[in-house]
Design a protein around this ligand. Structure first.
Ligand code: ZN
Length: 217
């Protein structure tokens, strides 16, 4: 049987809040995210395993690149607003948006407790809404913004959706499946490639999680 702290950590890793019977080492969990924040506090450029898209894409100029970085932060603000909704609902505050051609087509925040649904992570909720909005289960022209490094389930969903680009905030040292504990996205054995950028507004993404932990001490 798992020790309580391990149990809490594993539930956090699954994106859900531990039940009230399980004493929670919130300090421990908060410090894990804090260390994540410290590691990602400075803007981190694309991971080394990022692979540029194939030749049909135009060359990117310095001006285009800075516009892109700025718009990433604006969309991440939207994801943070979603995370705030989760916080208000007592859920682990993670938010996500799906952006297609300059507009939000899907929005989600953790709803595990609300929906009694172990799959209701912010990214999954946002991807489902995007699919409905666009009338397509393939989201090849879309970018997924998530406040925290996606877990294996959400990274897998992004691959199934064929999203073009993934942008996230803080690393998740407990469950991150981009590079922290697993490399699901851009795994060498998979065909689909996703452009990845991490560390966008990472401090604020971690901060909202710390607020959640503080309120449960
Ligand atoms: Zn997830």
């Amino acid at each position: 049987m798992l020790a309580n702290d391990e149990n809490a950590a594993s539930q956090l890793a699954a994106g859900s809040r531990p039940n009230s019977r399980a004493p929670v080492e919130w300090d421990l969990l908060a410090s894990a995210f804090l260390s994540s924040e410290l590691r990602t506090g400075e803007l981190r450029i694309e991971h080394s395993f990022w692979q540029p898209a194939t030749g049909h894409r135009p060359l990117t100029t310095a001006s285009d690149a800075s516009d892109k970085l700025l718009s990433d932060e604006l969309w991440m603000e939207e994801a943070l607003r979603s995370a705030q909704r989760a916080l208000e609902a007592g859920e682990v505050p993670v938010g996500a948006v799906v952006v297609c051609q300059g507009r939000v087509v899907g929005r989600g925040w953790n709803r595990n407790l609300t929906d009694c649904d172990p799959t209701a992570h912010a990214e999954i909720v946002a991807l489902r809404e995007a699919g409905r909005t666009l009338g397509n289960h393939r989201l090849g022209d879309c970018e997924l913004f998530a406040t925290i490094e996606p877990c294996a389930m959400c990274a897998g969903a992004a691959i199934h959706a064929r999203v073009r680009r993934l942008v996230y905030g803080a690393d998740d040292p407990k469950a991150g499946a981009i590079h922290s504990i697993l490399q699901v996205v851009n795994h060498p054995g998979l065909n689909h490639r996703i452009e990845v950028r991490g560390g966008v507004l990472a401090g604020r993404s971690a901060e909202i999680l710390q607020e959640f932990f503080r309120n449960r001490r």
